[in-house]
Design a protein around this ligand. Structure first.
Ligand code: FES
Ligand SMILES: [Fe+2]
Length: 382
């Protein structure tokens, strides 16, 4: 976030604090419960949002140097992400062009991928370099059997893929002016510290919903984060279907003494970016959390969350590791013990006759914006 934007936001936040208000929607939004439990809607969402939509798979530091790779399967497509010797980020389907086995697992650094089945050997640029018994395939040139490449790009420290073969990916168009806002964080300089994968018995959108308001901070989180943040107080801004909500830490009061024009807001803020539809980038005091949220195997009633913590400096010393472990453990503790159990309970309640709609108040504008965008995107595909 650029400094001019921090100044504007600080003024808006002080206005909300002083007037005991928050960003608001025009009116209440009634959200159909069916959209959290309907298998047909879930199938359409999977196709539209997770099989052929630009997908953020992590920050640049997941591929810190030439020769590194990682795999990614949560979208339902087996993906292989690499940085070859030329330094370029590429994405492939992790599917051998002989008989379909996975050519790589997990993450690491190596010169090529040797398929575990019959040892076809692929470069990190996807080319088929060699195969045993070459003469048996003499009518099928190696050049025609490289790994299937996907549209991919690295932009402002974020790694993007379109998981569908043949699709293009124009990240400037996809993110619009948000790309510049994200660029100011210089995400390419952040270091991957650790990741967790959490499986929850709730719809993937309900999991996104947990990020979208601070109305619940001093109720659900009364013993954890309530004392740190102002509750029921956020800004809301959107760029296309993407949006940002910011909640001030109570330390924002320190800015009043310095003056808004000189102040740095970021140390007093949690800034939550929803990269539509399933990626949540959280600026938290001095570090980044990246949440990637996917439908689970038991969709629409299950989701899988991939959470990564990225730090401004590499964590080398024991005290730095303790510090970042504490950060990660705290956030996992809060969501696993406070947010997600409530969400799982709501998901069960959606299967009853209690109500056809849940309701988003005027003080929850990000929720109505998110679900309107989801509905519009699905309707446009009909
Ligand atoms: S399936 Fe990969 S080499 Fe045969
Ligand atoms: Fe929460």
């Amino acid at each position: 976030m650029r400094h001019a934007e921090q100044i504007t936001l600080t003024e808006r936040l002080f206005d909300y604090i002083d007037n005991r208000t928050t960003a608001t929607a025009d009116k209440i939004y009634e959200q159909p419960v069916a959209e959290y439990i309907c298998p047909d809607i879930a199938a359409r969402e999977e196709q539209l949002f997770f099989r052929e939509h630009p997908l953020c798979v992590g920050l640049s530091n997941l591929l810190p140097q030439p020769g590194t790779y990682f795999t990614h399967e949560l979208s339902g497509q087996p993906l292989l992400l690499t940085r070859a010797e030329d330094g370029k980020f590429r994405a492939f389907l992790n599917v051998c062009r002989h008989r379909g086995a996975r050519v790589a697992e997990s993450c690491g650094q190596q010169r090529s991928f040797v398929c575990p089945y019959h040892a076809w050997n692929y470069g990190l640029d996807g080319r088929l370099l060699a195969r045993p018994e070459e003469q048996a395939f003499s009518t099928l040139p190696r050049s025609e059997r490289g790994l299937r490449e996907l549209a991919a790009c690295e932009s402002n420290g974020l790694l993007w893929v379109n998981p569908k073969v043949g699709k293009t990916l124009d990240i400037d168009t996809h993110l619009g002016a948000l790309n510049d806002e994200l660029g100011a964080y210089q995400l390419a300089g952040f270091h991957h510290y650790d990741s967790r994968v959490l499986t929850q018995k709730m719809n993937w959108k309900l999991l996104v919903d947990t990020f979208l308001e601070s109305y619940h901070f001093c109720v659900l989180h009364k013993d954890s984060i309530c004392s740190i943040f102002h509750d029921n107080l956020t800004t809301f801004d959107s760029w296309g279907d993407h949006f940002r909500i910011c909640s001030p830490r109570r330390t924002i009061e320190q800015i009043r003494a310095v003056g808004t024009q000189q102040a740095e807001l970021l140390p007093h803020l949690v800034a939550i970016y929803i990269l539509f539809p399933n990626t949540v980038v959280v600026w938290q005091l001095d570090h980044i959390e990246l949440w990637q949220i996917f439908p689970g195997a038991d969709a629409p009633d299950e989701s899988v969350v991939h959470l990564s913590l990225y730090t401004p400096e590499p964590a080398v010393s024991d005290s730095a590791k303790r510090h970042w472990d504490n950060n990660l453990n705290l956030v996992v503790h809060v969501v696993e013990n406070e947010d997600f159990p409530v969400g799982e309970g709501a998901q069960q309640g959606f299967h009853t006759d209690a109500q056809a709609h849940i309701v988003f108040g005027e003080n929850e504008p990000a929720l109505s914006f998110f679900h309107r965008s989801i509905s519009n995107a699905l309707a446009a595909r009909r």
